[in-house]
Unconditional design. Structure first.
Length: 67
């Protein structure tokens, strides 16, 4: 697996429905995500990244198909 690193973790997230997030900047999405994850894992993650840090990210916007 290309992401494998025994000393680091990887997390993939999906926002759905994402209607309110489509127009937001990547920075806004990352900040909101970190705030939510910090609530779930307060010992490991802080919204300001003073604990776990994001080393890289890639945001993909995929619009839903109108049906």
């Amino acid at each position: 697996m290309e992401y494998y690193n025994p000393n680091k973790s990887m997390l993939e997230l999906i926002f759905a429905p994402a209607e309110e997030w489509i127009s937001c900047s990547d920075t806004e999405r990352i900040e909101a995500t970190m705030q939510e994850i910090a609530k779930l894992f307060p010992d490991e993650i802080a919204a300001d990244q003073s604990k776990a840090k994001i080393l890289k990210y890639h945001i993909v916007k995929t619009p839903s198909k109108a049906g």
